[in-house]
Ligand binder design. Structure first.
Ligand SMILES: [Zn+2]
Length: 105
């Protein structure tokens, strides 16, 4: 299966495109949404190795950007704090959504 760099999920049954797994759901191992076309459940389950890689990736980012966020807040550097928080979400949510979109069954 070809790896797509897109957060959109294509339904394996009816081929309807343009659906995404939610941001909160994609941080878990298993995601499921109901297809907007055929109402069938589209699920994505990461293998244990893939899920561990995701968890480790999120933890590394949390430590790095969490420390940046904390120290910038303590020193009153609001712009850096906002940038660290925004960067965290842009580096975590879209990659997890893309990963799950490629595992959709
Ligand atoms: Zn469908």
């Amino acid at each position: 299966m070809k790896f797509r760099f897109s957060t959109r999920v294509t339904c394996p049954s009816c081929g309807v495109d343009g659906q995404t797994f939610s941001a909160s759901q994609c941080l878990t191992r298993t995601c499921s949404i109901s297809c907007i076309g055929c109402k069938k459940t589209i699920t994505s389950k990461l293998s244990l190795v893939e899920y561990l890689a995701l968890v480790v990736y999120i933890h590394v980012l949390t430590i790095a950007l969490g420390a940046t966020l904390l120290f910038s807040l303590l020193s009153g550097n609001w712009f850096v704090a906002a940038a660290a928080a925004a960067l965290f979400f842009f580096l975590v949510i879209p990659p997890a959504q893309i990963w799950h979109a490629n595992r959709a069954r």
